[in-house]
Design a protein around this ligand. Sequence first.
Ligand SMILES: *Cc1c(COP(=O)(O)O)cnc(C)c1O
Length: 327
Amino acid sequence: MSVGKNIPKVSLGLYPTPLQKAERFSAGLQRKIWIKRDDLCGVVLGGNKVRKLEYLLADALENGCDYIITTGAAQSNHATLAAASCRRLGLEVELILKGRGVTEPLGNLLLDELMNVPVTMVDSDDYRDVYAAIDKKIGELEAAGRKPYLIPVGGSVPLGALGYVDCVSEMAAQAEAQGFKIDHIVACSGSGGTHAGLLLGGKLMNPDIKVTGIVASPEKDFQKTIFDLTLAAADLLGVTVPLAIDDVVLKDYTGPGYAQMSKAGLAAIKRLASEEGIFLDPVYTGKGLAGLLDLNEQGYFQPGENIVFIHSGGAPAIFAVPANAAD
Ligand SMILES: *Cc1c(COP(=O)(O)O)cnc(C)c1O
């Protein structure tokens, strides 16, 4: 189901992941809500980064790279998924994380430790400091004759975004088999690669599909970043799509701050857990569903729309970010 037929990809996740109707949740809202279970993709506790890593690590291997470096916040799902994927492929890996004030190895950090992956915590709030540390490390590795490969935050480069182009074609086939058509996709947007891939996939598969990104970590010029990523991903596939900047629809539900539980996020986590037995995470998907619920209240969705919510993973943070202490 790979859209870029000539673009190398390694197999890491168990795809297709289920596309499930959330029956009780839908009934409560009088809506048709489907959940794309990318939390069940079979690497660590699942998550959206695996689809990107299938392309990025294939690229690393293709280029003969032998040392993977990636980064993120201390509780980065991406970093842990990258580490586990590298372990699986026998690639050496190091995580250089933005970790001001982080002392306890909880959640993803605990998993990183159990995999015995080297983690360097950069004591800063600014990615410029983190990238300076990464540049230094890359220099040392190259001087020692190694071939490092850097995966930027969230794997959100055009090549990584292709993972979510594939996801749209996967979901379109699943929807057809289940007798419906996807009208609207709602997903969390963090570093933007998932959103870009979904947008491009939608444009290619069925231009009527709407994509709404719920922001849980506000970025400057985020709409433009996603717009550029989408066009660059289209370039990689050798396709042109009609795309306007306003096709990138973002709704901010960060609440008190990145990786800080919001009241609405906690309520959304509890609601889906109690109605469906499905667990969202405190950093992204809880706020994502809170956004969906709030937009629904505002009459944002069309009557009868089939809405797909992407469960992009994040479960390890449940055990690190106090989800019961919402601001
Ligand atoms: C990284 C992440 C996101 C955001 O995806 P991006 O491609 O970075 O925008 C959403 N949910 C979870 C659980 C994540 O780990």
